[in-house]
Design a binder for this molecule. Structure first.
Ligand code: TRP
Length: 376
């Protein structure tokens, strides 16, 4: 069976380090491994609209931001098809059919949907700003796990590299595939989730130590931040609040600077930037004992992050000078994605017995049947 990747992001802002370690970095590795037959990377604008219905301009402006982030981390349009969700209308059609295979109760149990409903205050009618959303849960938002199952299955994806928060979505997709194949015959492919292997990358905390980087919390380091911005943000990062003097013993657990080092530092960084230590373990041991100040650790992190981000910044500058070309990449990618999704849709329609005009036997058989009725 062909090995196919599909994954994507909502265009609601620039991508940050959480996206990078949670999924982007892995995608580039997978792309360059040559092990996959096809790779589809989707800008999920239609999904972004499920909770931004009143803010289309935000989604529109962030398409290019996400595309630039993709290209600058090293996704290569010659190897990975980059496309825009809304430009593949077959995905909506597929979602409409899947809706018959999923219950309201099952969607209500989806942990990601549950958490997001609470976060946005939909159910209580306390959502900020938007009047439509104040009145309850938008149906489109509620059903987005079904739409996500379409995104994945339309491309017969075998592998979905995503962050931990997407696990319930992939689970729901697998259930839909299972159900579809049981009812209509073997048609769709059950995808596997691919999570980061490093615990620190599963969910990178914000610079303030909160569980997750989030634009609204203003605790993100963006892929497009300058070296200076990174420096400022790291210097202000949350560490161990009880580590007041350099001599004090410090805590590693919950110390954001060390979590980032877990996610980003490599052994060679020590030789280069902090040769007194041979490894992160040695640095942690010293911090625990006491006698190691936050600033020294933060300076290492700044160097490591900027080393990671420099080639990304360089590619970004290249594409920022070629915005027309970037849209052309997305247009071509969307056309290619559309052709692939249409081929799956043809199979789905046949399996679901809604391919009337292609079914010569159906027409011939019924012609004969009715001709006989007329005679008798
Ligand atoms: N839900 C994903 C996010 O919030 C975006 C997404 C939409 C996606 N469709 C997908 C991810 C299909 C993987 C596969 O970022």
């Amino acid at each position: 069976m062909a090995k196919i990747i599909l994954t994507g992001d909502r265009p609601t802002g620039r991508l940050h380090l959480g996206h990078f370690v949670g999924s982007l970095r892995r995608r580039v590795e997978l792309q360059n491994s040559g092990e996959f037959d096809k790779i589809f990377i989707m800008i999920a604008d239609a999904q972004a609209l499920t909770d931004n219905a009143d803010n289309p301009e935000k989604v529109r402006q962030n398409i290019i931001e996400v595309a630039l982030d993709y290209l600058s981390v090293g996704l290569d349009p010659a190897q990975s098809t980059l496309f825009i969700q809304s430009q593949v209308p077959e995905l909506c059609e597929l979602a409409f059919y899947y809706m018959n295979l999923v219950t309201v109760q099952r969607l209500q149990r989806n942990p990601t949907v549950k958490a997001e409903i609470a976060l946005r205050g939909f159910a209580e009618g306390t959502a900020e700003g938007d009047t439509a959303q104040r009145q309850g849960i938008p149906v489109g938002f509620f059903t987005y796990p079904i739409s996500q199952a379409s995104d994945i299955t339309a491309f017969k994806a075998t592998t979905v590299p995503v962050g931990e928060d997407q696990e319930p979505m992939i689970e729901q997709t697998r259930e839909i595939v299972h159900k579809f194949n049981a009812v209509y015959g073997e048609t769709l492919v059950e995808p596997e989730i691919l999570l980061p292997d490093n615990a620190a990358c599963l969910r990178l905390p914000g610079t303030d130590g909160k569980a997750k980087m989030s634009k609204s919390l203003n605790n993100c380091i963006y892929l497009s931040d300058t070296a200076d911005e990174v420096k400022k943000k790291v210097m202000g990062m949350y560490t161990d609040p009880d580590h007041l003097r350099v001599e004090d013993p410090g805590k590693i657990e919950g110390n954001t600077v060390f979590t980032y080092l877990d996610a980003f530092s490599r052994p060679e960084h020590f030789a280069k930037y902090l040769p007194e230590y041979s490894s992160l373990e040695e640095l942690k041991a010293h911090y625990r004992r006491g006698g190691l100040g936050d600033v020294k650790v933060k300076k290492l992190l700044i160097a490591v992050l900027n080393e990671t981000l420099d080639p990304i910044r360089e590619r970004r500058r290249y594409y920022e000078g070629r915005i027309g070309e970037v849209y052309e990449i997305l247009r071509k990618g969307s056309e290619k994605a559309r052709a692939t999704a249409a081929a799956t849709l043809a199979e789905v329609r046949a399996a679901m017995k809604i391919d009337y005009f292609d079914d010569k036997e159906l027409i011939a058989g019924q012609a004969e049947h009715f001709a006989n009725t007329v005679k008798n």
